[in-house]
Design a binder for this molecule. Structure first.
Ligand code: SF4
Length: 420
């Protein structure tokens, strides 16, 4: 992939008057996607904006703040036909807007919570081999390619690094990344915005656990089924029990930021997968459920069966779990995704009319255990541990009169309360 050269920069834009209306994009003005081959303005589902700086330039230490701004200018000039240059998918992207030139600011990094506006994907190394992952399928599971913090530092030192971003920390599997703690702490310490960590949760991370405990990050885990057999088929991994165990640990932090995802592909569009996922959601109680089709790379389209399944799953989560799912692809501007959004909307309308899970008044939702229930359970657990302890056995020996008196006292007091 080509990067822009500095010869195509400032001059074409300098000819514009402040009120001239030009095509621009918030991602070009503020975004940064840390990809394997360098930094781009965005990655939008199946399309990538042109490279601004390459991995080679980053590792050679030749990238400067001015260079990045000039390359953004070059991309805007090419999009507006003012200069030659690679425009990638930008010309047909729905995120392209028109604005007076005086309102176009290419000098900052961040400042607006754009979906995937800061996207961390400069490594793809992972411990799973998902069948819908283009990196796993093309054998491109690659270690970290450069130091992304050096790029952020260019903007910070220029006084142009802004917070209030939407940061997708994906990869690859972040929990495997050597510098995971360092990068995450940089993002949090500089208040750069909402950080969403995409982890498959097969490796327990104390850092993720602690950040969840304080609601400092969102954890998104793609579960895609509630069946161990489907999980193994899709992910080429037998880690389902570990994933569930770790998700329980993350759930027990009390976080409000646990999000679970369903990527729909040919292998998990069955009724069993749908119901097992619904039951898992009822047990794990995520704060959000995201639904997304397997990405249609190249000439592939999103199959009708996927759209139908997405609508049915959506309705099941809405009706039975009591959460309105989120369409993970909402902000993808490529025409394929725009068609999917319209198709999903139509399919959802149809399934809502059919009411497969019951008419209004028939649908039942599981009550979430209240605080009193949780406290009751904890007291019960402590009581059990105390009764089994050697100290109790020494002071209240088995078969003794004292033991019977204690049991009677317990049954008239705390035991009665716990039984209610
Ligand atoms: S692909 Fe779309 S969102 Fe990305 S930089 Fe181009 S116009 Fe903006």
């Amino acid at each position: 992939m080509k990067t822009f050269t500095q010869t195509t920069t400032i001059a074409p834009l300098a000819r514009l008057k402040p009120d001239d209306v030009i095509k621009t994009c918030n991602y070009i003005e503020k975004g940064s996607c840390f990809a394997l081959d360098g930094v781009r303005s965005c990655v939008m589902g199946t399309v990538n904006a042109p490279l601004l700086v390459s991995t080679e330039e980053l590792n050679a230490g030749t990238v400067t703040y001015e260079m990045v701004v000039e390359r953004r200018q070059a991309l805007i000039a090419a999009i507006n036909g003012l200069a030659e240059g690679d425009t990638g998918p930008c010309l047909t992207c729905a995120n392209l807007v028109e604005r007076p030139f005086k309102d176009v600011d290419l000098s900052c990094l961040g400042g607006e919570p754009l979906t995937a506006g800061m996207n961390i994907q400069y490594y793809t190394a992972c411990n799973q081999r998902c069948i819908f992952c283009c990196f796993a399928q093309s054998g491109q599971l690659i270690k970290a390619q450069y130091d992304m913090l050096e790029f952020l530092e260019l903007f910070r030192k220029a006084g142009k690094l802004r917070g209030n971003n939407w940061i997708d920390f994906s990869g690859g599997e972040p929990a495997m990344l050597k510098e995971f703690d360092k990068v995450l702490n940089y993002l949090l310490d500089h208040n750069l915005g909402t950080v969403v960590v995409y982890s498959n949760a097969s490796l327990f991370s104390q850092t993720i656990h602690d950040a969840l405990k304080n609601d400092r990050i969102i954890l998104t885990t793609s579960l895609d089924t509630g069946l161990a057999s489907t999980y193994a088929k899709i992910r080429r991994s037998d880690t389902f029990p570990k994933v569930i165990r770790n998700l329980i640990r993350y759930r027990n932090t009390g976080t409000q930021r646990l999000w679970l995802k369903y990527v729909i592909c040919e292998e998990n569009r069955t009724e069993d997968d749908l119901w097992s996922f619904v039951l898992t959601m009822l047990a794990l109680r995520p704060n959000k459920v995201l639904i997304c089709p397997d990405f249609p790379y190249g000439d592939r389209e999103i199959p009708e069966a996927t759209v139908t399944f997405a609508a049915r799953l959506w309705h099941a989560i809405e009706q039975l779990v009591g959460l309105t799912p989120v369409d993970y692809t909402t902000d993808f501007g490529d025409p394929k995704w725009i068609k999917y959004h319209a198709d999903l909307c139509a399919a959802l309308g149809k399934v809502r009319k059919e009411k497969p899970f019951g008419k209004a008044g028939e649908v039942q939702r599981l009550d979430y255990p209240g605080v009193a229930h949780v406290v009751q359970q904890r007291i019960g657990r402590v009581r059990g541990a105390l009764w089994q302890s050697s100290l109790r056995k020494r002071w209240i020996p088995e078969g003794s009169a004292r033991r019977q008196r204690v049991i009677n006292l317990y049954q008239r007091t705390l035991g009665r309360l716990l039984a209610e």
